[in-house]
Design a protein around this ligand. Structure first.
Ligand SMILES: Cc1cc2nc3c(=O)[nH]c(=O)nc-3n(C[C@H](O)[C@H](O)[C@H](O)COP(=O)(O)O)c2cc1C
Length: 306
């Protein structure tokens, strides 16, 4: 009987039992999925993006189905850090996998204040910083599209936390490797990419956008080739671990990201179609490794043949 492949990976100093995590905003605060998935099988859990104050998000309609994907303009609705600590954290404390908080702010000071608060929470193993949000002091330009602003956010968060610091990159840029280099230099322990790609859908009868917010973020299989290309590009320059995200629906998709250079992956839109997508992907990766006599998952990372 051959031994089972070793699926463990390290993101910075944190060891995951396997490389499959949940993508922020697609898995709530995990409890929502507790009856549908064995949460303790996951590599890590990333929760819905948190802000200092509760946020109601954008008005409806805020989700549209598109060819091979979805557009969302939720607008980062969340319960805010205070309710999160009181109402959501106790359940998360009962789980085995590392829990990562995803955070966003409208100013650098807000990011820093959130990081400081999360630093005190023992149940949170790390912070994923979402820089794909508007910087109110720079006329709404997203932090993640400006190397200086991105770097300033990461430095401010780094100053407040010793926890694992993952920076989640926006794909809505000309050269993602430039931002990746800047945030690594600013103190990130790992990079996750990609966030959603800005898109639109129009109702031709009413000539209105199908989203009240006009534009939204495209996710799902439609974005996988773009995400894969960006992960591969960033892997050429980054010296810290990369977490691949974008349209991963099955184990084969996850394996493509690992071969392109990602150490781990996040699963987003797939959870809405198949709530068990994460565990199916873990099982599929394990089966692939066993079939190919690969004893450790790390042996496949960054093995693209040129
Ligand atoms: C409904 C929805 C809500 C999301 N909320 C967040 C969020 O709060 N913070 C964040 O960093 N990313 C958020 N994202 C982006 C996802 O985490 C992920 O980066 C993106 O959807 C691409 O992965 P996918 O194609 O597997 O869905 C959200 C995506 C969706 C579809």
């Amino acid at each position: 009987m051959p031994t089972k492949p070793d699926l463990r990976v390290n993101i910075g100093r944190i060891e995951l039992q396997n490389p499959v995590m949940t993508a922020s905003g697609t898995f709530g605060y995990a409890k929502e999925y507790a009856e549908l998935v064995d949460l303790n099988r996951l590599g890590a859990i990333i929760i819905k993006g948190l802000s200092l104050q509760p946020a109601r998000g954008n008005p409806p309609p805020r989700i549209v189905e598109t060819a091979c994907g979805m557009l969302n303009a939720i607008g980062l609705e969340n319960v805010g850090i205070e309710s999160f600590e009181k109402e959501k954290l106790p359940f998360l404390e009962t789980l085995d996998p590392p829990i990562f908080a995803n955070i966003y702010g409208r100013t650098i000071e807000e990011y820093a204040a959130l990081a400081q608060r999360i630093e005190a929470l023992d149940a949170i193993a790390g912070i994923e910083v979402n820089i794909s949000c508007p910087n109110v002091k720079a006329g709404g330009l997203a932090f993640g599209t400006d190397p200086q602003a991105a770097s300033a956010v990461v430095k401010a968060v780094r100053n407040q936390t010793t926890k694992l610091l993952i920076v989640k990159l926006s794909p809505n840029v000309t050269d993602i490797t430039e931002i990746a280099r800047c945030v690594e230099a600013a103190g990130a322990d790992a990079l996750s990419l990609i966030n959603t790609i800005t898109g639109m859908a129009i109702d031709i009868e009413t000539r209105r956008s199908r989203l009240a917010n006009m534009t939204g973020g495209l996710s799902g299989p439609a974005i996988k080739p773009v995400a894969l290309r960006m992960v591969w590009q960033v892997a050429q320059t980054a010296t810290i671990p990369i977490i691949g995200i974008g349209g991963i629906m099955q184990a084969e998709d996850a394996l493509e990201f690992l071969i392109a250079g990602a150490t781990a992956v996040e699963i987003g839109t797939a959870n809405f179609i198949n709530p068990q997508a994460t565990v199916d992907i873990i099982d599929g990766i394990e089966a692939f490794l066993a079939q190919h006599n690969i004893s450790r998952i790390t042996e496949i990372v960054g093995t693209l043949v040129h």
